[in-house]
Design a protein around this ligand. Structure first.
Ligand SMILES: [Fe+2]
Ligand SMILES: [Fe+2]
Length: 200
């Protein structure tokens, strides 16, 4: 992905160029991890709706995303079944776990929401960038198209989380939190060696 495309997504650190090559070693491994990521994306939206039942705009915006993310899981699972792959045991997402450890502690729930929305946007932006790499790198045309669809969809989710944050907080506050999280994400990525069996 070019620097210009990364800047559309707002990311400052491009993915390690070795990652797409590592991912291409085993479609089974990368699809399995992707399936777990989509499950987590759906449950994260459900959990935001459960935590903030007083925020009507949030419920309106995120309830269709739950359906969409679950649809993504079903698309990945269908591809896995077609190829005879199994889900296997649950996997830890070190990237997401390390990232959310940086959420400031002891915040009021209304202030915590800003960080939750920004980290969701960040994970969507990073996923979008990685789907782009997979959509360009795969030899099989059906898999290129498969990953292209995810890239487009996750780009929309990235925008949606930013827009939602801007509904509840001043634009300047959202921008400054986004910048802060980009720096954190850069440090997290630097801590993690690129793995072909992980989406992140
Ligand atoms: Fe998704
Ligand atoms: Fe998403």
């Amino acid at each position: 992905m070019s620097t210009a495309e990364n800047s559309i997504l707002g990311l400052i650190m491009p993915t390690d160029p070795r990652w797409a090559d590592l991912a291409s070693v085993s479609l089974e491994e990368i699809l399995t991890d992707h399936a777990f990521c989509e499950q987590k994306a759906a449950t994260q939206c459900i959990s935001l709706i459960q935590l903030y039942p007083d925020k009507t705009e949030l419920i309106n915006a995120l309830s269709p995303i739950v359906t969409e993310e679950w649809g993504h899981f079903r698309m990945v699972w269908a591809e896995m079944k077609k190829r005879g792959y199994l889900m296997g045991p649950q996997r830890k997402d070190n990237y997401v776990n390390l990232l959310i450890q940086h959420t400031p502690k002891n915040l009021h729930r209304d202030d915590k929401l800003l960080h939750k929305l920004i980290t969701c946007a960040l994970i969507e932006a990073r996923s979008c960038e990685r789907f782009r790499l997979l959509s360009e790198g795969w030899e099989e045309v059906t898999m290129r198209n498969f990953y292209y669809k995810f890239m487009v969809s996750e780009a929309g989710h990235y925008r949606l989380f930013i827009d939602l944050a801007e509904q509840y907080y001043p634009v300047e506050k959202v921008r400054s939190a986004w910048k802060q999280w980009l720096e954190i994400e850069m440090l997290v990525l630097q801590q993690l060696a690129p793995r072909g069996d992980r989406m992140h």
